[in-house]
Design a protein around this ligand. Structure first.
Ligand code: MRU
Length: 359
């Protein structure tokens, strides 16, 4: 496998939603063509497509797939009902990353202006395409903002996968890494393996190896020693939902990295697009944390690791308090404390971009 074979993790081709099946990496690079809402929901639930921005894009196109059959196109009421059914199923697939609800609801709102069933489908597709293109542009802006912010910081610790596999573009935290590499700056990544599903070990390492960027995988339990031992210049993580006050939900294990970074005097950056910021959530205590099946912890590559009688707690995300975040690197620039007003100002400027795609 080489870098050329890594296409967009999520794309729309010939009326189908094409995603890379991330459950099979790094062993096999397989593309899935999704043609129904049920297939999109299944791909979201089993993390075949994952990462907050990527699932926002997938959810947006999922709504379009809900309008594919003739019955939906036959009349406006039938199309509206089909769209609401699809939206409800897609939103329920994963509860924490706000991008999913944001992408789905944007498409629903844009299509609501339709006067016929077929126009509704056309408006929905148009909006989903805009969301995908905006995500690509947001990744580029994030990379450039991070390049300036992190000048001189070479050894970057990251968690989970926040790159080309997690977005429609170059990524969030990894977009900063790619921007540094492209600018000819020295950069190397320490990737925590990210138990239980190993997005760091399987996906981040695969992506960076393919891009020719030095990457060292470490067990999650080694991250504290790496920071205390002076091996890390900055920690960069992604985000699934940022509350109005800056409290941040991200992959389980992020909170303990933030605590150790603070104790070690290492800057801790949260990197993500404004589509991951939720103006409706006042603080981290209100963020619903997805609980995942016990088998993700008890089983590894088909082998049982944990006695059957043991109970398992498997939250997919944790919340890092805003007080532990140095700054947010976003597509609207770098947001610094106090975060509540900085986030409010950035979100107030989140206008829909000009209508650039033809209908
Ligand atoms: O459960 P996942 O793999 O979807 O979790 C992904 C993360 O937590 C990422 O860090 C986050 O979505 C940011 S991706 C740019």
């Amino acid at each position: 496998m080489d870098a050329d074979r890594l296409r967009s993790a999520v794309d729309w081709r010939d009326g189908r939603l094409e995603v890379i099946d991330q459950t099979l990496l790094p062993e096999r690079l397989v593309l899935l063509e999704l043609t129904t809402v049920a297939e999109v929901v299944d791909a979201l639930r089993r993390l075949a497509v994952r990462g907050a921005p990527a699932i926002g894009v997938a959810g947006a196109f999922g709504v379009v797939l809900g309008l594919e059959d003739d019955a939906a196109a036959a009349s406006l009421p039938a199309a509206l009902a089909a769209m609401e059914r699809a939206a409800a199923q897609l939103e329920a697939a994963r509860p924490t990353a706000v991008n999913l609800r944001w992408g789905v609801r944007r498409v629903v709102a844009a299509a609501a202006a339709a006067t016929t069933g077929s126009e509704l489908r056309r408006l929905a597709l148009h909006e989903a395409r805009r969301i995908l293109e905006e995500d690509r542009a947001a990744c580029r802006r994030i990379g450039q903002a991070g390049l300036v912010e992190l000048g001189g910081r070479r050894r970057l610790l990251t968690h989970c996968n926040t790159g080309r596999l997690a977005t429609a573009g170059l990524g969030t935290a990894l977009a900063v890494v790619y921007a540094k590499a492209e600018a000819g700056e020295p950069v190397e990544v320490l990737a925590s393996e990210t138990r239980p599903l190993l997005q760091g070990a399987r996906l981040t390492a695969w992506e960076l190896v393919n891009a020719g960027i030095p990457v060292t995988v470490l067990a999650d339990t080694a991250a504290g020693a790496a920071m205390a031992g002076g091996l890390v210049d900055a920690v960069l993580v992604g985000c699934d939902r940022v509350a109005r006050n800056g409290d941040t939900a991200n992959k389980i294990g992020t909170y303990q990295l933030a605590v150790v970074a603070a104790a070690s005097g290492i800057p801790f950056y949260v990197v993500g697009p404004l589509s991951s910021f939720d103006p409706e959530t006042p603080d981290g205590g209100r963020i619903v944390i997805e609980q995942r099946p016990a088998a993700e912890v008890t089983m590894l590559a088909g082998s049982r690791l944990v006695p059957e009688q043991a109970a398992v707690w498997n939250p997919a995300f944790d919340v890092t308090p805003a007080s532990l975040v140095t700054a947010f690197i976003t597509d609207a620039g770098v947001l610094r404390p106090p975060f509540a007003p900085a986030i409010a100002t950035a979100l107030a400027g989140r206008a829909d971009p000009p209508d650039s795609l033809s209908r």
